[in-house]
Design a protein around this ligand. Structure first.
Ligand code: BDR
Ligand code: CA
Length: 307
């Protein structure tokens, strides 16, 4: 039976690939796609989410949520994702936005799903998920699992300490982390292992389909990251989806995680106790390593199922 999920995202070049990975997989039943401002402003992320769902030929509600973090001001990452969030690639307009607000829609879906009924996947700032869980905490019982692309155990990508999604809304991440449901984290350290090198991009571009061609065009726009020794773009968000599809692709460990919500240079840092130095109870499963060949094979298989 397919696993029922909600994808909360901010597309975003790597979110686009993650959405294709999920949309092309019968093992996942995507109940909702909820959207926040993140990589670019909410107007762009909504348009992109609708366009990507439309391109995949799916009829899934796409609902707008937060255009800013719970506290502080909004800052985008257009320098990575381009002004429109998809590296300037223009897609045909998708189905219209479903009316309503992301947090309300997440709560309604959880209520309908019943105990352990829905898995929440967070690919952007955690604002929408936090608003949903904080305003009706009892609904956490209906969450089977939460999988987040967020954080880093080593250095960050937006500040020396913090990864972009965690830094964008640390208070929201702390709220989600406190909901006492099983949480799996795909951090930067893991997603760096899902590096779409020029050779992998060339291989991915081989084959039929509009979604595949679109993904290849989007990936070709991503500027190389200075953080990594090799050229290519880390497929951050797809790691969270791949965990649901093929957990044997990963190694993992149970850890205690604290989110830095101070206003100093550590803001947004996820302090991850990989070696249990603090002796505190684990509150997350940390994905440690992945098998890149298997990961990129999963992507390829999804594109084979998409238009
Ligand atoms: C994360 O931040 C965003 O820029 C990406 O879409 C990904 O979700 C990586 O730090
Ligand atoms: Ca994202």
């Amino acid at each position: 039976m397919a696993r029922s999920i909600i994808i909360d995202c901010d597309p975003g070049t790597d979110d686009a690939i993650a959405l294709f990975l999920a949309l092309g997989n019968p093992a996942l039943e995507i109940r909702l796609v909820t959207v926040a401002g993140g990589n670019v402003g909410l107007g762009h992320t909504m348009r992109n989410a609708r366009a990507l769902v439309g391109l995949a030929g799916k009829s899934i509600p796409v609902i707008a949520g937060a255009d800013r973090p719970l506290l502080g001001s909004f800052e985008d990452a257009a320098y990575v994702h381009g002004e429109n969030g998809l590296g300037g690639i223009q897609l045909p307009d998708g189905p219209p936005a479903t009316p309503g607000l992301a947090a309300d829609a997440i709560r309604a879906a959880l209520r309908q799903a019943g105990p352990n009924g829905l898995t929440l996947v967070g690919l952007g700032p955690a604002t929408n998920l936090a608003l949903a869980l904080a305003t009706e905490p009892a609904l956490a019982a209906n969450v089977a699992e939460i999988v987040l692309m967020t954080g880093a155990w080593a250095e960050g990508n937006i500040t020396p300490a913090a990864e972009f999604n965690a830094w964008s809304d640390p208070e929201a991440l702390a709220i989600v982390m406190a909901c006492a449901r099983p949480i799996t984290l795909a951090t930067l350290d893991l997603t760096s292992q899902a590096l779409c090198t020029p050779a992998r991009l060339a291989a991915l571009a081989q084959g039929q389909g509009t979604c595949r061609a679109t993904a290849a065009a989007i990936l070709a726009t991503v500027p190389p990251t200075k953080r990594l020794a090799q050229p290519g773009s880390p497929q951050h968000d797809s790691c969270a989806i791949a965990w649901l599809l093929a957990p044997e692709t990963f190694t993992h460990r149970e850890v205690h995680v604290t989110v830095d919500c101070t206003n100093g240079p550590g803001r947004g840092q996820t302090i991850i106790d990989r070696w249990d130095r603090l002796g505190r109870p684990a509150n997350a499963r940390l994905l440690d390593t992945l098998n890149p060949d298997r990961f990129f094979a999963l992507l390829d298989e999804s594109f084979n199922r998409l238009p």
